[in-house]
Write a protein that binds this ligand. Structure first.
Ligand code: IFM
Length: 801
């Protein structure tokens, strides 16, 4: 087991006795124990499986829509697929008693370690230990190590391991009477299942190879597994049947120790060329020294039977290489609540999940609302990326931020088609996007009972993408990105806005029939958030156009040629930006949309155990239209996103007004109220929202972590640390820190990257300490509590608060 040297880096599951394995929480643990590397995620399911398990491996960008109403992120072949038998009895939680069970996820290197002691009906006790990881150093590689140790017997041990391609996605649960509860063993069996793959090749000899193809999208997926044993098995048989390849090894002595390396290559990998089996083979061969005979044609025998199995780097080598990359990742985003292990662990846990779901090397993929940790929201990409997660990547892992934004450029054709479909020009980003950028948002709830309008009306996502681009360029100075990709996206989305607006009878332009971030109100006109962000988008794009025209005419000419841009379009963007109607304001409170102030004011009077509001009696997700109740922040979100543009009084007035009416029925919501709560002085509420947000998945406080991580909330939680407690805003293009700390905290630390240089920030009750990194001599002007401070690289600065 992992050495417990720093428990603020470790997430654990522990059980003893008859309840040693908590079946009711198995799916929750599968989500939180997901291992991954940005390219793929594998849920933390037990290798041997059990009733009620919801296992899955997901590869970024691998979607399929075969015979389902809405495209799915495909649950691809299971590379873990391993079972152990003792004298013919299978070791699993359905067959045996679990005497002890412990798992530890080490956030430092992404290795999930397990130790389970099983007892069978005849009293034989056998310990099964595993370690697994998805390599960060080579995203094609996954590794598993298995140790089987009999504790009170000398029974025969058989290990079966392979690749299982017989996988299904969950499709829909039939409608049952309200209140129906299913046994945890059978709950997933009630669901209709969607098949998304067919086998295209397989072989089972020295190595195990399975190739599957997604049925509609035609993505080929190659999985090649190679095993080595510390002590040669006495017998080995490779087996194959439809969609599954395995090997069965019989062992003459104990303990049994196996290492399994799996290479996963696909036809959609960037720069992929050559046959998939060859690419998988060379990926394994590159894992220096790993049981080479197992896959080079010399035969399993020489690697597996001569005891030479662990000669080379093997599992440890994969982990060591991966750990070296993890160290760099953590170095860039280290953070801590000083002296508070629980919050530090929870913050790191969120960052771990962000890091394992974003791939800096693939600009054709993005992050789904449940990351690569589950099937919730079918792997679709929302505004969650640009508004909740991108700030973390921009300010700590800018290469990853760049790749995430390039996905928007990659899917621009899909966005163009979306816009055409709704009768406008340019490009309109999908509310729910997958592999092509086409709109994938369902129109109805799965039971058909309720209509969603987000697909048609939540158009602010196009401005959110623009917001992400401008914030990225501001923080990194990466004008090459702007020139090569950003400008085209910004121009095309600006074209969408000028077609989407309607002339107002009172003069100017309106945006009608929209839905703001608060999704309780549909078909509304002039949502303050949407209007203002579209205006900001257009204004910034006009400025960009002018800058390109004046300073980079070649760049402008190239983009203009690509998209057929005419000079008068710029003037139209400006005219619409200047003419978009502003919101009604009463005593500083911005009306969320036209007529909002006239809706029914239904008080929130009850809060749950997490101090989160309950729906007032008689209200639910689909009937708050006529009320002032909000699902999640809308105006308050706007105040946060454009900090330069609203006075302290306006922010306070809006927070106080909308806080009373916000139900926080999205996991995205509390983070924004935490940050603005701190800014306007409602610190009690702010801390409650922080706790809610930071523990959303570890404490499963939404009750649905089983379906996947609330990954936007992890991004929002990082923003609470940095923008809330750290008080970071970018004002007039400069970093500005106005921290606030709860009285019982010692301090916080976090690291940022600003215009190519690291900035280390440390805050306690007396001081803010800042250290600018990078080449000697570099300087950066910042604000601390409103005072100007110049940072010089390598020289720590301590400022009294
Ligand atoms: O994008 C969010 C939305 O704001 C609220 N419902 C869930 C979506 C996906 O996380």
């Amino acid at each position: 087991m992992t050495d417990v040297t720093d428990s603020a880096w470790l997430v654990e599951e522990t059980g003893f006795g008859p309840e040693g394995f908590d079946r009711a929480r198995a799916n929750y643990h599968e989500t939180i124990f997901t291992v991954g590397n940005g390219r793929l995620g594998t849920r933390g399911s037990l290798e041997e499986g059990h009733l009620g398990q919801l296992s899955g491996t997901f590869l970024g960008g691998v979607y399929d829509g075969h015979e389902v109403p809405v495209i799915d992120l495909v649950n691809v072949p299971d590379w873990l697929d391993t079972a152990v038998y003792v004298d013919g009895v299978r070791l699993d939680v359905d067959t045996c008693t679990v005497v002890e069970h412990r798992r530890v996820l080490d956030l430092r290197d992404g290795v999930l370690t397990r130790s389970t002691l099983f007892e069978d009906a005849d009293g034989r006790r056998t310990r099964l230990e595993t370690e697994r990881c998805a390599s960060m150093a080579d995203r094609r590689i996954c590794a598993l190590r298995l140790t089987v140790t009999p504790e009170n017997h000398d029974g025969q041990i058989v290990v079966e391991t392979g690749i299982d391609g017989d996988r299904r996605n969950l499709e829909a649960l039939p409608v049952y009477p309200a209140g129906t509860v299913f046994d945890v063993r059978t709950r997933w069996e009630k669901w209709a299942l969607a098949k998304h793959m067919e086998q295209t090749a397989r072989s089972a000899a020295d190595t195990l190879y399975l190739q599957m193809r997604t049925l509609d999208t035609g993505v080929e997926l190659g999985f090649l597994a190679s095993t080595t044993f510390a002590t040669p098995p006495v017998h080995r048989a490779a087996q194959q049947r439809s969609e599954r390849v395995t090997e069965r090894t019989v062992h003459g002595g104990a303990p049994v120790r196996m290492e399994k390396l799996v290479a996963i290559c696909t036809s959609r990998d960037p720069d992929a060329s050559g046959p998939l089996p060859d690419r998988c083979r060379s990926a394994l061969a590159e894992q220096e020294g790993f049981g080479s005979a197992g896959f080079d044609g010399a035969g399993f025998g020489s690697a597996g039977f001569d005891g030479a199995g662990f000669d080379g780097a093997g599992f440890d080598g994969v982990v060591a290489a991966s750990r070296a990359v993890w160290e760099q990742l953590w170095d860039a985003c280290a953070c801590e609540v000083v002296g508070d292990e629980r919050f530090t662990r929870a913050l790191r846990f969120g960052l771990y999940h962000l890091l394992i779901t974003a791939n800096p090397d693939d600009p054709t993929v993005n992050i789904g609302a449940k990351s690569l940790s589950g099937e919730g929201y079918r792997g679709h990409v929302f505004w969650d990326t640009e508004i909740f997660m991108l700030p973390f990547f921009i300010l700590t892992q800018p290469d990853t931020a760049r790749a995430l934004l390039r996905y928007r450029h990659h899917t621009l054709d899909g966005a163009r088609a979306n816009s055409r479909e709704y009768g406008t020009g340019g490009a309109r980003y999908a509310w729910e996007s997958a592999d092509t950028g086409r709109e994938e948002c369902p129109q109805f709830t799965p039971d058909g009972a309720n209509r969603f309008w987000t697909r048609e009306e939540e158009v602010h996502v196009s401005a959110d993408v623009a917001y992400g681009i401008f914030r990225y360029v501001e923080a990194t100075g990466d004008t090459a990105f702007l020139h090569d990709y950003g400008a085209e996206v910004l121009f095309e989305t600006s074209r969408f806005w000028v077609d989407r607006v309607a002339a107002s009878p009172a003069g100017g332009y309106e945006l009608r029939q929209v839905m703001g971030p608060d999704e309780f109100h549909s078909h509304i006109d002039n949502n303050a958030f949407t209007n203002r962000l579209a205006q900001w988008h257009l204004t910034r794009t006009v400025a960009l156009y002018d800058e390109l025209r004046d300073r980079h005419p070649d760049v402008l000419a190239a983009v203009a040629t690509t998209i057929g841009l005419k000079p008068d379009e710029r003037d139209r963007w400006q005219a619409v930006a200047e003419g978009i109607v502003g919101p009604r304001t009463v005593a500083g409170v911005i009306e969320q949309f036209t007529g909002y102030f006239d809706r029914d004011d239904i008080p929130i009077t009850e809060w749950d155990d997490n101090d989160m509001p309950r729906y007032p009696k008689g209200y639910h997700h689909f009937n708050c239209e006529t009320t002032k109740l909000l699902k999640q922040p809308d105006v308050v979100m706007l105040n946060y996103l454009l900090p330069d543009e609203f006075s302290a009084e306006v922010k306070k007035a809006n927070f106080e007004y909308y806080e009373k009416r916000t139900l926080h029925k999205s996991s995205l919501s509390p983070s924004i109220h935490a940050i603005i709560g701190m800014e306007v002085g409602d610190t009690t509420r702010a801390v409650q929202y922080f706790e809610r947000s930071v523990l959303v998945d570890l404490a499963d406080n939404q009750g649905n972590t089983a379906e996947g991580m609330h990954i936007a909330s992890a991004g929002g939680t990082w923003q609470i640390l940095v923008n809330g407690f750290g008080g970071l805003r970018v004002l007039g293009g400069r970093l500005s820190f106005t921290p606030w700390l709860p009285g019982d905290w010692q301090g916080i630390r976090f690291r940022l990257r600003w215009r190519g240089r690291p900035v280390h920030v440390s805050v306690d009750h007396g001081h803010v300490e800042l250290l600018l990194g990078g080449d000697a001599g570099g300087t950066e002007g910042v604000l601390v509590g409103g005072r100007e401070v110049t940072l010089t690289a390598g020289e720590p600065v301590r400022v009294a608060r």
